[in-house]
Design a protein around this ligand. Sequence first.
Ligand code: JB8
Length: 267
Amino acid sequence: MRIDVVSIFPEYLAPLDLSLIGKAREAGLLDVRVHDLRAWTTDRHHTVDDTPAGGGAGMVMRADVWGTALDEVLGSDGGTGGAPDAAPGRAPVLVIPTPSGESFTQRTAEDLATADHLVVACGRYEGIDARVAESYRAAGVDVRELSIGDYVLNGGEVAALVIVEAVGRLVPGVVGNPESLVEESYGAAGLLEYPVYTRPVSWRDLEVPEVLFSGHHAKIARWRRDRALERTALRRPDLVRALAEQGRLDRKDRETLTLAGWSDPVD
Ligand code: JB8
């Protein structure tokens, strides 16, 4: 997968050289390139922003600078999908982090992981002139304006790091043991993960729960699901309600939730 990130602070993206994503780059699984938006400015002061139309606080990033940059970075697949005689591949995806976007979730990451080419446009100030998203959408680019959560950052760079890591680790081969992709929070179960333990068996008078040494796999699985249900009920009641609505709580699940003091109507 090819990933281009465009920013006025390319140094902010330095963590992409590290750890999992850095190794995947070295292994040739991810081709990640970071670009300085100011390379596409033509004026003496390398201006990327201007005052907001209609007035108001702050500055807005100029559509013309972004357009020049994105035309080049999207390249030949920037239009409706590649060279005239190329196989009709998936449209390139233009990701624009913004607090006004749709929620970025594990489902979004799974979807983006099937793309061949992601371009992430990192805004600053009050964001990017809205015509940029509109124009590329009209040109056949799959434009996704995405929010990584209900809080406000100073720009899109940290959100880009989050999105590239969450998507990159789903690209086949990037995570060594694909088993670890399956058993995670927001995975199949729709619950938070159960608590995990390792040695030492006793630490500061705290013991690893006995059942985990029983060798009884069904018992261990049930214990883990009960602990997952309890912590999900406490921390993310919205997830428990969603499972209840989808009829994905069995009798024992409902019993565990009742014992944990869950009093919402679950069916
Ligand atoms: C200017 O909170 B955020 C976020 C904030 C931003 C921009 C992009 C994303 C651009 N402020 O995720």
